[in-house]
Unconditional design. Sequence first.
Length: 89
Amino acid sequence: MGTLQLLLIAWGVVTAVLICVLIYRSSLATHEEDQLFLDDAEAALASEQRAIVARLEKLRRPITVLTVASGALLIVIAVLWLYQGLKSF
């Protein structure tokens, strides 16, 4: 198995994980409310919203890392593919 194939597999895995995390973030975001008008009896809803926002904030760093890793792998794959093509030219 060549280097290019291993890089393609690694890019596929990283991108698949990124897509899964983005889907999870999207499903969390559907439960988030922009504004809540609560009285004292509905204080549990406010704490639930704070928990959802905390989860969304916690996902920000992994999404950034996975996006950068996926992009960097894609660039490395393209450069290696071009290099191999020019080398055999």
